[in-house]
Design a protein around this ligand. Structure first.
Ligand code: UFG
Length: 335
């Protein structure tokens, strides 16, 4: 079975490609290298000992998609490609709407033209906005997003729903990720944001290595046990494995399905810092500053639907996430 992976050299995409190859799927990757680097190809090959096809193209590019679908009989698509920085999306809404919506539209158009009807879509817990109920189930209200990035995820979900209504063969599994962190055990692939990181984990590792002076904690006056923000951190390898379960579901079903991929456990910013220091025997200096605009107090999943219907649950704990995130960055530094 041949799977097209868009954004397959990115943080989550590359881990999914590893799992697919390990499970003997054939893989074709399209990635424009906007937020990834070409050496990920060799690292995936080193981990798996397997080959895959690669196209350095943009998913918005209809001609490139036509070429891929003509050259390969694609059975299913995992669609990871997209811009994902919340702050940047506020500054450049047109770029975000154009890229994140057009890529999905063009991809689905070419899939249908080439009779490929199975899609796994990367959505996000961001579609739930500021949750009224915790833990968050898939039936919680979606759509009160707080930034253009989040809105593109929600709009994509709506577009995909309409496509499944109009095309009875078309099947979509929407995966709503909570906070993916960690890296592959080998330390060969992981998260490498350009510039100063916006997200907590990449920031912590850079402070630990001395590249950044200290972590700024955005507020300790939230209604949480220690006052800092609580999130559902999930190991990227668990997340990648969830995609393979979703793929099995897509192959055996029709219609559109939604799943939370999280652990169901919320940890605070201070929990992460403490755990990181203990596990890696390194100091992470921090200071408390004001709240970041748009942040919410707590967000964690009820992942039971994924367990019941996909037979998937997160296996790796916070310690693995801390260890693997740090191991990846140390290995990068050593070259
Ligand atoms: N935080 C800090 N300091 C930092 C960075 C983050 O204190 O330097 C705090 C935040 O205030 C928050 C927590 O760490 O309480 C996590 O923040 P992240 O930026 O790592 O993650 P978010 O939960 O804000 O957002 C992430 C992704 C979104 C996605 C969302 C889904 O960035 O793309 O999870 O829940 F939509």
């Amino acid at each position: 079975m041949k799977i097209l992976v868009t954004g397959g050299l990115g943080f989550i995409g590359s881990h999914a490609v590893v799992e697919l190859l390990d499970d003997d799927y054939e893989v074709v990757v399209i990635d424009n290298l906007y937020n990834s680097s070409i050496d990920v190809i060799d690292n995936i090959k080193k981990i798996t000992g397997k080959e895959f096809s690669f196209y350095q193209n943009d998913v918005c590019d209809l001609d490139a998609l036509e070429k891929i679908f003509s050259e390969h009989k694609i059975d299913a698509v995992m669609h990871f490609a997209g811009y994902k920085a919340v702050g940047e999306s506020v500054e450049k809404p047109i770029l975000y709407y154009e890229n994140n919506l057009l890529s999905t539209l063009h991809l689905c158009k070419k899939m249908i033209e080439h009779c490929c009807f199975k899609l796994i879509f990367s959505s996000s817990a961001t579609v739930y906005g500021n949750p009224k109920v915790l833990p968050i189930t898939e039936d919680c209200k979606v759509g009160s997003t707080t930034n253009p990035y989040g809105t593109t995820k929600w709009m994509n979900e709506k577009i995909l729903k309409d496509i499944t209504v109009a095309n009875s063969n078309f099947t979509v599994i929407v995966l709503r990720y909570f906070n993916p962190i960690g890296a592959h055990k080998s330390g060969l692939i992981g998260e490498k944001p350009n510039g100063i990181p916006n997200n907590l984990m990449p920031y912590i590792v850079r402070v630990a290595t001395g590249e950044l002076e200290m972590l700024n904690i955005f507020g300790n006056d939230y209604d949480t046990p220690d006052g800092t923000g609580v999130r559902d951190y999930i190991h990227v390898v668990d997340l990648a494995k969830g995609h393979l379960k979703a793929l099995e579901k897509a192959i055996s079903s029709r219609g559109i399905y939604y799943y939370n991929l999280g652990t169901g456990i919320g940890y605070s910013v201070l929990d992460l810092v403490d755990n990181f220091e203990k596990v890696n025997h390194v100091k992470v200096p921090y200071r408390i500053i004001g709240r970041r605009e748009g942040d919410i107090a707590s967000c964690y999943a009820d992942p039971s639907r994924a367990y019941k219907e996909l037979d998937w649950k997160a296996e790796l704990g916070l310690e693995d996430m801390m260890k693997d995130s740090y191991n990846f960055i140390l290995k990068q530094k050593k070259g």
